[in-house]
Design a protein around this ligand. Structure first.
Ligand SMILES: [Zn+2]
Length: 62
């Protein structure tokens, strides 16, 4: 008997992707300093790169 596949929490880098059909879309921006492989983490109104600590502030009002 094959076990039914458990739904695991998506963790790590793949959490940054949004799968829509066959496309993978990045949810977060990538770091302009580190390149497209490094994502910015969202913290309230700012985004920080976990690698180089580059931070951008979102000042746009929605
Ligand atoms: Zn960076």
């Amino acid at each position: 008997m094959a076990k039914p596949q458990e739904k695991k929490k998506v963790s790590g880098r793949w959490n940054m992707y949004n799968k829509t059909g066959d496309k993978l879309e990045r949810k977060n921006k990538s770091c302009p300093k580190c390149g497209s492989g490094t994502f910015m983490a969202k913290h309230g109104n700012r985004e920080t790169c976990g690698s180089c600590r580059y931070t951008t502030f979102n000042t746009q009002s929605k």
